[in-house]
Ligand binder design. Structure first.
Ligand code: AMP
Length: 282
């Protein structure tokens, strides 16, 4: 496994690799079974697999968890090695932003996609995501890049960027990988350390699956606001603070007011200081 830590090293590796198809899995590290599923999918789709591990400062707000975000580098590299990854790109922020984050050219996604949902509480977040993803795609020039459906808004923004900027990389997605109790896997789940945190965090998946069940039982499309209120009254938890629960058309990402097949539910909230998201396609 090649360990690449600078853009130059990336370019050199890309220049020497055979012309076999390359799939990239961009991550922020603290790898878990969700990331592993993406890496496996990448290996099924291409001969060569690269993983990037970079906690991107541009996508963190001033009061967010940039400094305490977990960075278990050795364990991450061991996981990649065990999965047969060919190259890991794990640069320092200085290597990615030599002039500093503030001075870097940015990719600004359309407001209509980036300022809703997570973008409301995280201004500038998706500019940081789009910028770093474009940098990674320019550096490694993969044929395929694999992203998780868990970050559904991020995925919609990356797809849009790939189309708008005529990128050659094909964007593939992997469904949400969950713990046995339903909690969507996330590197931030390791912050859930207080006794009742886990139960509170399950509000997310409980709400989404209860909505899907309620809709199936009624057998016909339902007004989102009515069903949301009914289900939230049953699935809430005193330790969970809802930030948003919204429904969008899964193809256009436009908000919808009626729940039915093909609608994507998106939910975010806090358990203490820990912000978690989840999503489900009906
Ligand atoms: P992160 O390291 O959190 O930035 O995530 C890197 C990639 O893994 C993104 O494309 C995420 O959507 C994806 N990912 C993270 N958690 C999961 C999960 N539980 N299931 C599927 N994909 C995930």
């Amino acid at each position: 496994m090649h360990l690449l830590d600078t853009p130059d090293a990336c370019r050199r590796w890309c220049a020497t690799r055979a012309s076999a198809p390359l799939a990239l899995v961009p991550t922020m590290g603290a790898l878990h079974a969700g990331h592993e599923a993406l890496i496996q999918m990448a290996g099924e789709q291409a001969d060569i697999v690269a993983v990037s591990i970079f906690v991107n400062p541009m996508q963190f707000g001033p009061r967010e968890d940039l400094t305490r975000y977990p960075r278990p580098k050795e364990a991450d590299l061991a996981r990649c090695q065990a999965l047969g990854v060919h190259a890991v790109f794990a640069p320092d922020p200085k290597a990615m932003y030599p002039q500093g984050v503030a001075a870097c050219t940015r990719v600004t996604p359309p407001e209509s996609l980036a300022n809703r949902l997570c973008g409301r509480s995280r201004p500038g977040h998706f500019t940081g995501v789009a910028t770093v993803v474009l940098k990674l795609l320019m550096l490694l020039m993969p044929d395929i890049a694999v992203f998780g459906e868990k970050d559904a808004q991020q995925l919609a923004i990356i797809r849009r960027m790939a189309g708008d900027l005529n990128l050659a990389t094909r964007i593939l997605t992997h469904p949400v990988v969950r713990e046995p109790d339903g909690l969507a896997m996330s590197s931030r789940n390791q912050y859930l350390t207080r006794p009742d945190d886990r139960t509170a965090a399950l509000s997310l998946s409980r709400t989404l699956f209860s909505l899907a069940r309620a809709l199936a039982e009624r057998g016909a499309p339902q007004p989102a606001s009515v069903l949301f209120a009914e289900v939230l009254a049953q699935t809430g938890d005193p330790g969970f603070t809802l930030e948003y629960l919204e429904a969008v058309d899964d193809d256009t990402f436009e908000p919808v007011e009626t729940l039915g097949p093909g609608v994507r539910l998106l939910m975010a909230g806090q358990v203490g200081p820990v912000r978690l998201i989840d999503t489900l396609r009906l």
